[in-house]
Design a protein around this ligand. Sequence first.
Ligand code: COA
Length: 637
Amino acid sequence: MWGICSRTMVKVGMAKPCGLLKPCHLVKPVSATRVSGRYLTHQKGLPGLPVPPLQQTCERYIAALEPIVEVDELKQTKELVDEFQRTGGVGERLQRGLEKRARNTENWLSQWWVQLAYLEYRLPVVVHSSPGLVLPRMNFSDKKGQMRFAAKLIAGVLDFKTMIDNESLPVEYLGGKPLCMNQYYEVLSSCRIPGLKRDSIVNHAKSSRPPKHITVVHNFQFFVLDVYNSDGTPLTADQLYIQLERICSASLQSQVEPVGILTTQHRDSWGKAYVNLIKDKTNKESVSAIQRSIFLLCLDGAMPRVSNDMYRSCAAVQMLHGGGSQWNSGNRWFDKTLQFIVGEDGTCGANYEHAPAEGPPIVALIDHVVEYTRKPEMTRSPMVPLPMPKKLHFNITPELKKDIEEAKSSMNTLAQDLDMRVIVFGHFGKNVPKSHKMSPDAFIQIALQLAYYRMYQRCCATYESASLRMFRLGRTDTIRSASSASAAFVKAFDDPSKQNTEKVDLMVKAVTAHRAYTNMAISGQAIDRHLLGLKMIAVEENLSIPDVFTDAAYAKALHYQLSTSQVPSKTDCVMCFGPVVSNGYGVCYNPMNDHINFAVSSFNTCTETNATHLAQAMEEALLDMRTLLDQTPRAKL
Ligand code: COA
């Protein structure tokens, strides 16, 4: 059932016809269409994603199960794994198939991944897949301020787009190695299209006539806004402001059918409704204009007023799902890869559809935009009259009206179910772990293990996204943060019979083990995508699925009750997403130098989970770990 974004487990249909997973016509391989230049040269120089050795993955898989399954279960799984990897066994055959695929494709994983993790995943993209991003509250509190900021924001995105178009984006590095830059070319002018059984993505940036407009939605009404002058120069912020004013004046009335809410639906339902929607020529043209646009700008109506303490949590809700049909959930087109959201009260941020990219490229774009909005406007606007932005019309049949009502109702249920808590941990940031010569990310992940253990007296399968962008067209693999070393540490931490020196020793071991797993994952040697690849070869070759994949321990390993991701940024912001299992948590964090922003989510319908409690437990764990380090003299590391 489950299988979403890079943070979740992907369950491959047991007997899925392999045709479904063939490299599809829907996502064009980028290098085939890119014209020339630096980008291509850079991409060609990147290594391909390796296929790890079979025995290595099998050993590491057993080690990863140790903290999360019972002893008896582990014994049984060991037998299955031994059988799987024995000389001449099915594992070897699958491994050969995968190695062959790796030789014949640019990246053996990426096409499968986008299909399985995203396009064939049928739960709503809202909450279940698309992350939100909360920016710091901006310095405006009325409609004029909203439009002024939005105008600058558009200009900032266009400025970044120029770097993408000129292929002048600086190459990024991780651990001294250059990264694949492909995702930057996938996020603008692209959109997800709902299908009856699986979705697709279109990217108009690569067409012979790339789009020159964005879509603006205000009071649930959509407008096409051309953002380039006839000479090809981008509109200035002043020009954009005038156009946004005209859009707002033309959409004062909010009593219209919120067509955008359809995009919040379960993908099968939306797929069906979509067929109905685009039967009408006007509707089809309107939908096409949205899909083709460079990005979507949502000018939101007011949200419920809340205390300062709850402000960021509510802003996260606004970015993640819009608050329900009575608020801003209909003021969106969630299939659009990139939606910027600007409220009237200084709240702003974004939401992005996950299929084409991970958080870091989105955040890099947003960092650029935020910096741009802070600069004084330098360019003088040309004194030419601009055409009126075009309103997009929709003809709503009774059947569509029914679809809209159903979408409203399920969106409202989802909105009520989501518990989101954003906190700023202000006691320290990366500085403290660094001063103790520890990886800050590993320190935070181990604190999260401690927080969870204190709440539940057990460890759970934990997912952290690791970038595979050192490889051409690389996406992510999984860092399994629950390890034998982390389990030993969390069990010892509150045990009064243990000495502090022993606890510190266990902490260092746990943090070191986490960092070692990270290094292994970013160099393409982690276990999860490899196991998925082996399973996919079995599916493609119509073999019966090996027992290791139908084993209860495998299901347990993929039931991520902690689904986590670090998304760092220059701007003091935080990304947020929903849990990936009904009894789990979503935890996203941005470690700054002297504080850490956390967004923790859970579902209210699950009585065992509580986002606020985990956030508090996380704060306590971080503080207690620092206190332990401060109070315990250590032999020099
Ligand atoms: N002593 C002192 N400093 C250390 C240290 C140590 N033992 N280990 C690491 N550091 C420093 C690093 O040099 C780095 O310094 P900087 O702040 O000057 O850059 C900093 O601490 C952070 O390092 P660390 O905390 O170890 O994390 P990282 O930056 O290497 O990131 C991942 C780790 C897993 C988050 C990263 O590799 C990754 O894969 N990111 C992508 C995740 C992703 O795609 N998320 C999106 C999902 S939508």
